[in-house]
Design a binder for this molecule. Structure first.
Ligand SMILES: [Zn+2]
Length: 416
C-alpha cells in the first residue's frame, strides 16, 4: 500500500482540510516565496553556520537568531536564561504550535568554519545539522509574513540550545519546564538536519553512566590479594553482558569506554567505564540500570570479601560510584495522534514518500511528557553530519518547506 492510499483511506476529514489549505491563495503565495527566495534562505544558512556554537557556547548564534526573528516580523522575541531564542507569530487561542531547531553544533569553539557554496551545494561544519533546520525556521517565518497568512493557533518559533552530545537536550528540557510553555505547546515540530523523507515519531531513550571503582592500589607482588578495581569492572561487565533484552521494544546496552591502571606490575587505584543503555521503553531502560547497579554491587562485594580473606594487614576495600552522564527520556506517539495523521496526509498530497522512524532528537522531551511531537528534516539533502566535510544540497528544499508549512497550518487551523 502506498503512503498516498493509506492517508486518503484512513483520514478523509484531514485530507479534505489539507487539500483546502494547500489551494488557498495565500498558501500558494508562500510556496512561491520559497522558490523565489532560495538564495536568501541559503544565505541565512551560511551566515549562521559561520558563527561557532559548541555545546554550552551558543550565545553568539542565539543573538544572531533573535535579530533575524525580529527582522522577519516575529513578535515577542526573547532569549531565556539557558540561551533558547523565542519568537511568536500570533494567532487566536492560547495553545501553540511550536516549530523548533537546535542551534548548537558538535564542533569545538576553535573549529575553522570554512563555509562555502558551489552551485546548489553548501559545504562546511554544521551547514546541514542544523543550518538546514535554522534556515527552514527563518524561511517559514518570512513566508508567513510575506504571504500574510492568518492561522488560528499561534506559532512559537524556538531556536534551542543543547541538543548535541553532552548538551543532553538541556534546551528543550528547559522549554518544557518553563511555566509559560510547558502546558501551552500543543504540538511540536522539530526540524533537524536536511531531507523530507522521514518522520521521527518514536523517541529513542538513552541513559549513560560513568562507573568508577577506586581502591587502595599496590604492588602486584608484595600487595597481591589487595582488591583490584579492574577485576571488579570486568566481573560487572561479564554479568551485565548476560542481561536479556527484548527485541521489541528494541533495547540495547553497550560498554563503550574502559580505562584504568598505570602499569603492568601495579594493582590499579582506579578503573572506570562508560555504559550506554537505550530503548524506546522507559521501563526497559530502568530495568537495565537496575541490572548494571546489581552487577556492580555484587562484583564489589565479592572482590572485597576475597581481599578480606587474603590480606594479613588491615582490611582494604574498593568502592564504586555511578555517575549519570546522559539522560534522554523515551516516549512514543499514540497511533492515532493528530500530528501523525496530518504529516502523512501532507506527504500524500505532496507526493512525498516518507518513513516513520525512531531516533533520539529534541522531540524526546515533549514525547516523554505525552505531548504530540515529531522531528523532520528541513528539505533538500545533506550528508557528512558531525564531520568537517558536511554538505547540504538546496535542490528540493522547497518540498521540505511546503511540508513543514502545511503541517503547521493544518495543526493550527485556518478559518473558512
Ligand atoms: Zn541535529
Amino acid at each position: 500500500m502506498t503512503a498516498q492510499a493509506a492517508a486518503s483511506d484512513l483520514y478523509p476529514p484531514v485530507q479534505q482540510e489539507v487539500a483546502r489549505l494547500a489551494a488557498l491563495p495565500e498558501v500558494r503565495s508562500a510556496f512561491a516565496w520559497f522558490r523565489a527566495h532560495e538564495s536568501r534562505i541559503a544565505e541565512y544558512q551560511m551566515e549562521v553556520a559561520r558563527i561557532a556554537a559548541p555545546p554550552f557556547g551558543e550565545t553568539a548564534r542565539g543573538t544572531w537568531l533573535a535579530d533575524r526573528f525580529r527582522e522577519t516580523g516575529l513578535s515577542d522575541v526573547q532569549m531565556d536564561k539557558v540561551g533558547n531564542v523565542f519568537g511568536v507569530h500570533p494567532g487566536y487561542g492560547s495553545r501553540y504550535v511550536a516549530l523548533s531547531a537546535h542551534i548548537d553544533t558538535v564542533f569545538p569553539a576553535a573549529t575553522p568554519l570554512n563555509i562555502r557554496q558551489q552551485g546548489t551545494r553548501l559545504y562546511g561544519p554544521g551547514v546541514s545539522d542544523n543550518g538546514a533546520g535554522i534556515a527552514a525556521m527563518l524561511a517559514i517565518a518570512s513566508a508567513l509574513q510575506a504571504a500574510r497568512i492568518l492561522h488560528a493557533l499561534p506559532f512559537v518559533f524556538i531556536g534551542n540550545v543543547g541538543e548535541e552530545g553532552e548538551g543532553d537536550l538541556r534546551g528543550m528540557r528547559h522549554v518544557f519546564a518553563t511555566p509559560r510553555w510547558k502546558n501551552s505547546i500543543a504540538y511540536s515540530i522539530v526540524v533537524d538536519g536536511a531531507g523530507s523523507d522521514t518522520v521521527v515519531a518514536e523517541a529513542l531513550g538513552s541513559r549513560r553512566f560513568e562507573v568508577i571503582v577506586r581502591g587502595p592500589g599496590g604492588h602486584s607482588w608484595s600487595d597481591f590479594g589487595a582488591p583490584n578495581p579492574i577485576i571488579v569492572l570486568s566481573r560487572a561487565v561479564a554479568v551485565l553482558s548476560q542481561t536479556p533484552v527484548p527485541g521489541s521494544p528494541k533495547t540495547t546496552f553497550n560498554v563503550g569506554v574502559i580505562r584504568g591502571g598505570t602499569s603492568v606490575n601495579s594493582i590499579p587505584e582506579s578503573a572506570s567505564m562508560r555504559v550506554d543503555l537505550r530503548s524506546t521503553s522507559a521501563a526497559e531502560i530502568e530495568r537495565l540500570e537496575g541490572a548494571l547497579r546489581n552487577a556492580l554491587e555484587r562484583a564489589v562485594k565479592s572482590e572485597n570479601e576475597a581481599a578480606a580473606l587474603h590480606t594479613t594487614r588491615k582490611p582494604q576495600a574498593v568502592q564504586s560510584e555511578v555517575v549519570e552522564i546522559g539522560n534522554r527520556p523515551a516516549g512514543e506517539l499514540a497511533a492515532d495522534a493528530r500530528v501523525l495523521k496530518v504529516i502523512r496526509t501532507v506527504d500524500a498530497l505532496l507526493g512525498n514518500a516518507a518513513q516513520v522512524q525512531r531516533a533520539s532528537t529534541d522531540a524526546n522531551i515533549p514525547l516523554s511528557l505525552g505531548r504530540e511531537a515529531i522531528a523532520i528534516g528541513g528539505g533538500g539533502s545533506g550528508g557528512g553530519a558531525h564531520t568537517l566535510q558536511e554538505w547540504f544540497d538546496c535542490n528540493g528544499r522547497d518540498l521540505g518547506l511546503k511540508r513543514i508549512l502545511l503541517t503547521m497550518l493544518a495543526l493550527a487551523g485556518i478559518g473558512e
